[in-house]
Design a binder for this molecule. Structure first.
Ligand SMILES: Nc1nc2c(c(=O)[nH]1)N[C@H]1C(S)=C(S)[C@@H](COP(=O)(O)O)O[C@H]1N2
Ligand SMILES: [Mo]
Length: 335
């Protein structure tokens, strides 16, 4: 892949969240043809991660977002929030209104309808929660999430997020670099990839009672991508622990890739020698590739990727190569 220089992309300081703006009604795009195409690909008609861009922006109510379910989180872990913000990662756009981000979620385990994920994800039991570390590591182990957080420490970073469906947000994540976790795992010399698996609890997650998806959700990165400074494990958002709908208690965040790589609610991390299969690539290989690097010049088979829509204001802005992180990640893809 060509190296991309985005001059000045990192010098623009963060602005404050925009005031609520006037609603602009928007044409509906990506619809029927899309559903048909995916149906043909998988033999039935599930929506892909890209089928329901709203014609209207999500409603912003006056209610504050209810605090994340804190039951069972030890006080010394709660005390880590809000984490100190690391200033290396600045945004070129306002932080997304939290009330919108928390009500507009892709989490197919709960629903294909973004607006009802938050309510349904409340059924996910968040403690006790362990993360299993397996595969090509010197000491495989299973670690309690709160012990892991204390071991890794927390920092806050402002990242853009770009879904393959052409919507985007910008949020403060709390968490730690994935590189720190990889180092702690102590991979063997044969290690080349890292694989992540989400929980599998059909009794809590209605979407997992649908047989058309190969549950549990699974994703992967090359080890080189995993130890890149931008790859992040998030346990919090907006200065507090993650609410379930954002992938509590721990999720991956890979800001230069389409959102489907950023797997939520991880229970298992495995180091492998071969490239692992991934959930959306298995379902619809010609639409969702393994790399999933944000690229405005490569359209999705069913829609353009040249523009993206900010979920709180409805504003449409040009998509940037590698989601604006081109200078930082170019080294990964130079060949
Ligand atoms: N386990 C799991 N992880 C997931 C998904 C999912 O359906 N299940 N959806 C992905 C997609 S397509 C996106 S865009 C982001 C959305 O994250 P957010 O709801 O916190 O904005 O989560 C990703 N991680
Ligand atoms: Mo997405």
């Amino acid at each position: 892949m060509a190296m991309v220089k985005i001059p000045g992309g990192w010098e623009i300081p963060e602005r404050e969240a925009t005031p609520e703006e006037i609603f602009r009604s928007r044409r509906r795009f990506l619809r029927d043809a899309g559903l048909l195409a995916l149906g043909a690909a998988v033999g039935c008609s599930p929506p892909g991660p890209g089928d329901d861009l709203p014609s209207t922006r999500p409603a912003i109510t006056g209610d504050p977002v209810p605090p994340a379910d804190l039951k069972g989180i030890p006080q010394d872990v709660l005390d880590l929030y809000p984490a100190r913000r690391v200033d290396d990662y600045v945004l070129d756009r306002p932080v997304t209104d939290e009330r919108v981000a928390a009500r507009y979620n892709n989490f197919y385990e709960f629903s294909e309808n973004k607006a009802e994920v938050a309510r349904l994800a409340g059924a996910l039991t968040l403690r006790p929660w362990t993360v299993e570390i397996a595969g090509l590591v010197r000491s495989p182990r299973t670690v309690d999430i709160d012990r892991l957080v204390r071991t890794m420490g927390l920092e806050e970073r402002l990242y853009r997020h770009r879904c393959v469906e052409a919507w985007a947000m910008a949020v403060p994540w709390s968490g730690f670099p994935l590189a720190r976790l990889v180092e702690w795992c102590d991979p063997l010399p044969s290690a080349r990839f890292i694989r992540f698996v989400s929980f599998h609890r059909p009794y809590e997650a209605p979407g997992q009672r649908q047989a058309r998806y190969p549950w549990p959700y699974y994703e992967a990165l090359s080890l080189e991508e995993a130890v890149h400074e931008l790859a992040f494990m998030a346990t919090g958002i907006y200065g507090h622990p993650l609410p379930a709908q954002h992938g509590a208690p721990i999720r991956l965040v890979v800001p230069w890739k389409y959102g489907y790589k950023s797997i939520k609610s991880v229970v298992r991390i495995e180091i492998t020698a071969e490239r692992p299969a991934t959930f959306w690539s298995d379902l619809v290989p010609h639409e969702y590739d393994f790399a999933a690097n944000v690229n405005p010049r490569v359209p999705h088979p069913r829609w353009s990727q040249a523009w993206e829509k900010l979920i709180d204001t409805g504003e449409e802005v040009p998509t940037r190569m590698f989601n604006g992180y081109g200078e930082l990640v170019a080294g990964l893809y130079r060949s």
